[in-house]
Design a protein around this ligand. Structure first.
Ligand SMILES: C[S@@+](CC[C@H](N)C(=O)[O-])C[C@H]1O[C@@H](n2cnc3c(N)ncnc32)[C@H](O)[C@@H]1O
Length: 278
């Protein structure tokens, strides 16, 4: 049933971009003392061994995390993500890539709550092993698109819903839109972040238009596009749509994207899109 395995892509440029932004989203939500909930609808395994044969097959991490691991200089906005990378790797040797659950747990406070969901049963069991002993954490096994129905609104009334589907089935964009539409109806003040591969602008705009019809929320579109000629035949662009972005989050996207782009694509032909849509 599940053809998609994130192991083949662990630590690639898309992971680096989304996780650097995810780190800052979590931090932005903690500016107030009140606890938050972090909901990860497509959580994956939690942690990836880059020496695993599936990660090693195409070595996508070579064009991703390997380019940013343990740098000499970096902006403050990159510090949380880079620190978590180092914490997961001893002696400055890159072997382990932290997935979104591990990144979130590293930044959340003991009063915050994690709801992690993974539909692939064997992956979810591995994730359960990774999260064993974590406070206020649950692992669910259900269709990630149904979480906006089953877990919202949260008691905390503050939180981040991170949606990171595999897009390996037709109509996945439509399912994202429907799930977010319902999520916004039930939790209109929540911050929703959804990762997507850039197919073409029309697909992205159709998703944005659908979300705008649901309460006309502010949306931030953050995309990183690598040069097509340098990376032929591969996914070369992806983005994160953030509904209800934290105040001035676009400035952080500029700093993070501006630092990552030349490291992930040295051709100089890549570009960043950072667009507030209100
Ligand atoms: C891109 S990966 C997630 C990576 C993870 N969020 C991270 O950043 O470390 C997508 C995951 O969604 C899972 N998946 C696929 N279809 C799903 C569904 N309908 N509901 C929940 N999870 C699903 C896959 O098994 C895969 O682990």
């Amino acid at each position: 049933m599940f053809a998609y395995r994130h192991y083949f892509h662990a630590g690639n440029f898309a992971d680096v971009f989304k996780h650097a932004l995810l780190s800052q989203l979590i931090i932005s939500l903690q500016k107030k003392d009140r606890p938050i909930v972090y909901v990860d609808t497509h959580a994956g395994l939690g942690r990836y061994d880059l020496m695993h044969p599936w990660a090693d097959k195409n070595k996508e991490f070579n064009q991703g995390v390997s380019q940013v691991f343990d740098p000499a200089d970096y902006p403050t906005a990159m510090e949380p993500y880079l620190r978590i990378l180092k914490l997961n790797n001893e002696n400055r040797l890159l072997r382990w890539y932290p997935g979104s659950p591990v990144i979130a747990r590293s930044l959340l406070r003991s009063s915050d709550r994690l709801v992690l969901n993974e539909f692939n049963v064997s992956d979810a069991e591995q994730l359960r092993g990774v999260v064993r002993g974590w406070p206020r954490t649950s692992v669910r096994i259900e269709d990630g698109f149904s979480l906006t129905k089953s877990v919202l609104p949260p008691d905390e009334r503050r939180g981040l819903i991170f949606m990171d589907p595999s897009y390996d089935r037709p109509a996945e964009f439509d399912r994202v839109a429907s799930s977010l539409e319902l999520g916004l109806k039930k939790f209109s003040t929540g911050v929703f972040a959804v990762w997507y591969p850039v197919m073409n602008d029309e697909v992205t705009f159709r998703l944005i238009r659908k979300l705008k019809t649901r309460g006309n929320k502010l949306i931030l579109r953050a995309e990183i596009c690598l040069s097509k000629t340098k990376f032929p035949g591969l996914m070369n662009a992806c983005g994160v749509l953030i509904v209800n972005p934290p105040y001035q989050f676009d400035a952080l996207v500029d700093v993070i994207g501006g630092w990552l782009l030349p490291r992930l694509d040295s051709s100089g032909e890549g570009r960043l899109i950072n667009q507030l849509i209100d």
